[in-house]
Design a protein around this ligand. Structure first.
Ligand SMILES: NC(=O)c1ccc[n+]([C@@H]2O[C@H](COP(=O)([O-])OP(=O)(O)OC[C@H]3O[C@@H](n4cnc5c(N)ncnc54)[C@H](O)[C@@H]3O)[C@@H](O)[C@H]2O)c1
Ligand SMILES: O=P(O)(O)OC[C@H](O)CO
Length: 325
């Protein structure tokens, strides 16, 4: 089986490494000529995944049309660029395994909706979960959700993507897997703010739990299943991303909590913090669905420049309520 990977950032490179270690031929599309040259010549990706020696069987290209011959295509560009990159890629009926976590600005579409619009004949799967790329690339134990509505395809992809240290769990809840991954990035910014502003461990745990409650409310309103949101792609990834400065979203929040502006923190940034793009769109989508998402709303205000002390004060001053709501 020949695996294509669209996206030569940290996660695309790490997934290429997993596939190559599993004995698959891997073709990696990267936007940057420097990345492609480094992967082909030195078996390294110094721009996005430093210090990891890559398998020599990974071949990189800047030409997306070469994906025409792969048997499955992992889509690992940031959510805001999935539509553009897929439009330039010949896909046909090749299965698309979506690995980006976010919601498209402007259209408010989840990545699955973007992919279906670009390539209606391609079957869709979602791979999501608690997965720092540098750990996966080093072969540290990792478990993910692999969601696909087609039972036969799901079983085939599970078999092809599983590796001794990379364990997929099957699900048929595609929208649930997508929503968990998109929402956790926004909540992780909030947890970073708690850290950066020195608000303590109690506050961080409270924000994870109440954030999970709003992720669940939004997910259920959009047709996700509660068990998916409580699994690896939802709660599992939320806990990881809300706990470590290895997370770009958490780190962005730490900066906001210390008083830096989003504009300063995001300018000239090479790596992606998906939550910064997803937060405003998620707030709109939640409003449309009539779902209360106070943490998401607070993160939006922080990104817009409101001072952390004021936003936190407003969150705490809301009317008292039942925990189950
Ligand atoms: N890094 C991780 O640990 C990790 C793990 C799981 C999921 N993800 C998700 O994978 C997706 C990709 O993240 P990443 O960490 O690999 O990226 P990254 O931050 O390592 O690199 C940024 C990527 O964005 C690409 N890019 C920038 N501008 C672009 C444009 N105009 N068009 C197309 N591509 C462009 C760059 O070429 C590069 O591949 C994100 O949705 C992220 O949430 C990341
Ligand atoms: O670095 P982050 O915040 O984009 O998180 C990376 C992965 O999504 C963690 O599962």
């Amino acid at each position: 089986m020949r695996i294509g990977v669209l996206g030569g950032g940290a996660w695309g490179t790490a997934l290429a490494q997993v596939a190559a270690h599993g004995g698959r031929d891997v073709l990696l599309w990267a936007r940057s000529r420097d990345v492609v040259d480094a992967v082909n010549r030195d078996h390294l990706n110094p721009l996005f995944l430093n210090d990891i020696k890559l398998s020599e069987t990974i071949v990189a290209t800047t030409d997306p049309t070469r994906m025409r011959d792969v048997d499955a295509l992992l889509v690992v560009v940031p959510a805001q660029h999935v539509g553009t990159v897929l439009a330039a890629t010949p896909v046909g009926q090749t299965p698309l395994i979506l690995c980006a976590k976010g919601i498209e600005a402007g259209t408010r579409r989840l990545v699955g909706e973007v992919a279906r619009a670009a390539h209606p004949a391609a079957p869709i799967a979602v791979l999501s979960g608690p997965t720092f790329a540098h750990e996966v690339a080093r072969g540290l134990p990792t478990a993910v959700t692999l969601a696909c509505e087609d039972d036969e395809l799901r079983a085939r992809l599970m078999d092809r993507l599983a590796a001794p240290h990379f364990r997929p769990y099957a699900s048929n809840d595609v929208i649930g897997a997508e929503i968990g991954g998109a929402v956790k990035n926004v909540l992780a910014i909030g947890c970073g703010v708690v850290e950066g502003a020195g608000l303590g461990q109690n506050a961080r745990a409270a924000l994870i739990a109440r954030g999970f409650a709003e992720m669940t409310r939004f997910g259920l309103a959009r047709g996700a299943r509660a068990e998916t949101l409580a699994g690896l792609s939802g709660l599992g990834d939320l806990v990881l991303t809300c706990s470590s400065t290895s997370s770009r979203n958490f780190s962005l929040g730490v900066g906001l909590g210390r008083g830096d502006t989003a504009a300063t923190l995001l300018q000239d940034r090479r790596t992606v913090a998906e939550g910064a793009f997803t937060a405003p769109v998620l707030r709109q989508a939640a409003g449309e669905a009539g779902v209360d998402m106070p943490v998401t709303d607070a993160v939006c205000r922080l990104l817009e420049g409101a001072p952390a002390a004021q936003v936190v004060g407003d969150l705490l001053a809301r009317p008292l309520r039942d925990e189950g709501r």
